[in-house]
Design a protein around this ligand. Structure first.
Ligand code: TYM
Length: 347
């Protein structure tokens, strides 16, 4: 069975971009018919200036929203990254396989570090090594597929490179994963600045639709979206990014195709109105379920506790194999007599 792993980091309130680019498919497709794990990657939230109380709050809210979006703990494993030590154990080994040049070439590092330096701040070392921890998140579970939005494909490529390199040097240990971005809405853009991604870590703004925005707030944000000069509704991502973004959002929400939808509309106003309605309808059940789950925090905590136990049991033998393969002596013998298939070929 295909193993799937993906995650979301609690650096801000989850957005429509997170939902359409990743979370919705996790619930609708990935948890059915594959062995899937979904994670709030809380350690990644510590790579930038952070407020501990806010990270705790956002981690709880993120986990609740994963369940509200339809993830079912009977079908998949939902947990918090920091509850499973194997992520950081493996990350160090992968740091011994990755190079500093690879890290410095990462687009997200360059952008985020650049912004931090412009503000006169210092850049945490963990921001540089972040993609290695992300590779460890994926490789620790032997994931075949990583359903992510467009912005994460470079990181998944790195995970592939590190898996191949490790296997080549130390014997076959890791499954080589691949990114599986969605066909539509792989990169939802900021409604006020359609050249930039709709990102949760940015300052709250009128161009970002949050999953928990009230319907009237969603409508206002979509109706005020920046469109392009001209008045024809055309799907042209380069020339008309604002309109193309609305068409993609509408297509993702209604199961349509942005190109064919463009011929249906003759005014920006009508396109915006239908897009706003479609987004409100997509978010309605998620928000309703979120309200129910908020009334039952013990249930969410139970899911996370059990999820971490399941995840640990999957990751530990793979990470132990990597420790042995790279040259470290086992802490105790006979730790995992029931080795999974992937281990059999390991030296
Ligand atoms: P994060 O938390 O930024 O985003 C979570 C997921 O949402 C997708 N996404 C988007 N998709 C389309 N349009 C957007 N505007 C948009 N914004 C976000 C992201 O592509 C992602 O799939 N590094 C990762 C978290 C991570 C991870 C992992 C993911 C850590 N370890 C292992 C997969 C596997 C991140 O920052 O995602």
């Amino acid at each position: 069975m295909t193993r799937v792993f993906s995650g979301v980091k609690p650096t801000g309130h989850l957005t429509l971009g997170n939902y359409l680019g990743a979370m919705r498919r996790w619930a609708e497709v990935d948890q059915h018919g594959s062995d899937a794990l979904f994670c709030i990657v809380d350690l990644h939230a510590l790579t930038v200036d952070h407020d501990p109380a806010r990270v705790r709050r956002l981690s709880r809210q993120g986990a609740t929203l994963l369940l509200a979006s339809g993830l079912d703990p009977r079908l998949c494993t939902v947990f918090l990254q920091s509850h499973v030590d194997e992520h950081t154990r493996l990350s160090y080994l992968l740091e011994c396989v990755a190079t500093d040049g690879e890290m410095r070439r990462m687009i997200q590092y360059k952008e985020k570090a650049g912004r931090e330096r412009e503000r006169g701040g210092s850049v945490r070392l963990s921001l540089l090594t972040y993609p290695v921890l992300m590779a460890a998140d994926i490789l620790a579970y032997g994931a075949d597929e990583v359903p992510v939005g467009d912005d994460q494909t470079q990181h998944v490529e790195l995970a592939r490179d590190l898996a191949v390199r490790f296997n080549h040097r130390y014997g076959h240990t890791f499954v080589v994963p691949k990114a599986t971005p969605p066909q539509v809405a792989a990169r939802v853009m900021n409604l006020q600045a359609p050249a930039s991604k709709m990102g949760k870590s940015e300052d709250a703004g009128p161009g970002i639709v949050y999953l928990l925005d009230e319907p009237e707030v969603v409508r206002r944000k979509v109706m005020r979206a920046v469109t392009d000069s001209g008045s024809e509704v055309e799907y042209d991502r380069e020339g008309r990014p604002g309109v193309a973004n609305l068409l993609e959002i509408l297509a993702a929400c209604t199961g349509g195709n942005p190109e064919s939808l463009s011929s249906v509309y003759h005014s920006y106003g009508a396109l915006k109105k239908d897009t706003a309605d479609a987004v409100v309808e997509v978010l309605r059940p998620v928000q309703a379920r979120h309200r129910e789950l908020c009334a039952d925090p013990a249930y969410v905590e139970g899911v996370l506790r059990e999820g971490a136990e399941k995840a640990r049991a999957m990751a530990r033998p793979i990470v132990d194999t990597a420790y042995r393969a790279i040259g470290l002596l086992p802490a105790h013998t006979d730790a995992h007599p029931e080795k999974p298939a992937v281990l059999n070929a390991a030296r």
